[in-house]
Design a protein around this ligand. Structure first.
Ligand SMILES: NC(=O)c1ccc[n+]([C@@H]2O[C@H](COP(=O)([O-])OP(=O)(O)OC[C@H]3O[C@@H](n4cnc5c(N)ncnc54)[C@H](OP(=O)(O)O)[C@@H]3O)[C@@H](O)[C@H]2O)c1
Length: 294
């Protein structure tokens, strides 16, 4: 095929603007044919399970009948409180998701896993300029965000896919964000990483299409945690969020809308340019920041 034909083919395939096509696919309410994932009887590993959304996942996994939960955190001091929820079913593991030795050790120990919940994330530096593309002194922090929020979940999925298959199948839930669909200019690197993680999840889903693993993109809206926007009070609890995610995955959904993200998606879909202008206006006039940077 001539180069011009290839380019024409690509242009035809990409004729619909990226955001519109993403939103349209999600509007169709994608479901994995024949796949659904129930928490009951599962053996789950949750990254960043010591607080916030991750701790909510652990509590709800236990409440909904998971057989075992590997509660992981990068700081071992944070794990006893999680184990205390149910010492018979919660197994603590030290896992800094960016540490390959930790990842390998987790996969060597947790050989009965059927569910992976890639939840841990780094929002970016507490110095606002370092979270952006133009103003960053270097892109080191942005790259760290990408590593933590996209490549490390990919590495974890790669390690655990054979384990899940060996155990008869299960699920991988990648916790993304409504910010996968647009750029929060105050947190450009975070949006960038979540958009990339969304595509990483799509790629995994395609590769696992013929395998008994449900690959879910969890589009989270507002949950009340340390990472909520300062001054916000509209988020749901981490436990309610986890219930929404598990209800949706039990129905076989691959695009999981939790904590109000569907409203956000509909708003973007109605007028993407106006939505972006609104983000830019806020960036200059009343920049958003999260409650508690690490
Ligand atoms: N809260 C929301 O409204 C909201 C909205 C959209 C998406 N989300 C997504 O939900 C997930 C959890 O967010 P959250 O609100 O619970 O945030 P959070 O309260 O800031 O918790 C982040 C968790 O990630 C862990 N973590 C960070 N870097 C890590 C690393 N390298 N290795 C292992 N663990 C690491 C943290 O551990 P330490 O305690 O050691 O720091 C903590 O447990 C994230 O994927 C986030 O993007 C949340």
């Amino acid at each position: 095929m001539k180069r011009r034909d290839v380019l024409n083919g690509l242009a035809a395939a990409m004729a619909v603007p990226a955001m519109a096509s993403t939103v349209r696919a999600q509007n169709s309410g994608q479901q994995e044919p024949g796949k659904s994932a129930s928490v009951e009887g599962s053996v789950a590993l949750v990254t960043g399970s010591n607080r916030g959304v991750g701790l909510g996942f652990v509590k709800v996994l236990l409440a909904r009948g998971a057989k075992r939960v590997y509660a992981t955190a990068r700081n071992p001091d944070n794990l006893p409180n999680v184990v205390a929820l149910d010492p018979n079913r919660v197994v603590p593991l030290v896992l800094d998701v960016n540490n390959s030795e930790h990842r390998l050790a987790a996969a060597a120990q947790a050989t009965d896993v059927t569910w992976i919940i890639n939840n841990a994330a780094y929002p970016g530096s507490r110095i606002p300029e370092e979270r952006r593309i133009r103003s960053a002194s270097a892109l080191d922090d942005c790259k760290q965000v990408m590593e933590t929020n996209c490549w490390s979940p990919a590495e974890i999925a790669r390690l655990f896919i054979p384990i899940i298959l060996n155990n008869g199948g299960g699920a991988i839930a990648n916790v993304l964000s409504a910010a996968s669909w647009f750029c929060l200019p105050e947190y450009s690197s975070y949006s960038l990483s979540k958009a990339a993680a969304m595509m990483m999840t799509n790629g995994l889903r395609a590769e696992l299409d013929r395998d008994p693993i449900l690959v879910a993109s969890v589009f989270t809206g507002g949950v009340d945690t340390r990472a909520s926007p300062a001054g916000s009070s509209g988020g749901i609890s981490p436990e309610e969020h986890a219930h929404q995610v598990f209800d949706s995955m039990a129905q076989g959904d691959t695009d999981v809308y939790a904590a109000g993200s569907k409203r956000m998606r509909d708003l973007i879909s109605a007028d993407p340019e106006a939505f972006e202008r609104g983000r830019i206006k806020r960036f200059y006039e009343n920049p958003l920041t999260i409650r508690n940077h690490i």
